[in-house]
Design a protein around this ligand. Structure first.
Ligand SMILES: Cc1cc2nc3c(=O)[nH]c(=O)nc-3n(C[C@H](O)[C@H](O)[C@H](O)COP(=O)(O)O)c2cc1C
Length: 188
């Protein structure tokens, strides 16, 4: 079976990030049909259209790298009820130059993880708004607003209880099926 390559973008740069722990845990339990890889976004210069004539090397590398993936999984915290700037910047960098977006047609999914009570719902849905425009067919069910983040992982970064482990496995199986059925969604 040929594995499908999935880029994982984490919306936090924090060393002990719960979202990064979640991304790693999802990578470990993804079904065999998917090969997940975390793509670092912290070194991307802030998007500035003036630079498109001679784009910074990290932009070009990021764009070329992302093109080789067949799907994208976003795992993000919520900052002030929205998408953290570092993740929005990566999305903007990948979306240009106009007509050459790396996101176009890639099946996607969004998981938000927060210590807060509403599990990053605001960030999750603000991100989905951009993904509609970027033509990323985004998995709708199961939704994943993961709260209580401080209690999800043990000291080694493994899931701390069966309930989150089972949900994560179910989520990744649904995403594998979603990728299978939405791989030809590029704009005509
Ligand atoms: C600038 C900033 C804004 C935040 N705003 C929210 C918020 O709107 N909702 C929320 O649930 N948590 C908010 N938080 C708390 C984060 O959810 C918390 O720091 C979380 O651990 C960040 O994710 P990480 O562990 O992956 O770094 C905010 C944190 C920061 C630094």
């Amino acid at each position: 079976m040929k594995q499908k390559k999935i880029a994982v973008l984490v919306g936090s740069l924090r060393k002990e990030s719960f979202n990064r722990k979640m991304a790693k845990a999802l990578t470990a339990l993804a079904p065999e049909s998917l090969k997940l890889e975390i793509i670092e976004i912290g070194g991307l210069p802030l998007y500035n259209e003036d630079l498109e004539n001679n784009p910074p090397a990290p932009w070009t590398e990021f764009r070329e790298r992302l093109r080789k993936f067949e799907g994208v999984l976003f795992v993000t915290p919520e900052y002030n009820r929205s998408v953290p700037g570092v993740l929005k910047n990566a999305i903007d960098v990948g979306s240009r130059p106009y007509g050459k977006s790396v996101w176009d047609g890639k099946p996607g999914a969004v998981m938000s993880v927060s210590p807060g009570a509403i599990g990053g719902f605001g960030a999750n849905h603000h991100l989905r708004q951009s993904l509609v425009f970027l033509n990323v067919p985004t998995m709708q069910q199961p939704e994943a607003y993961i709260r209580n983040a401080a209690n999800l992982f043990d000291e080694s970064g493994n899931f701390a209880n069966d309930s989150i482990r089972e949900f994560a496995a179910k989520y990744m199986h649904a995403f594998a099926a979603w990728v299978d059925t939405n791989m030809s969604s590029r704009r005509q």
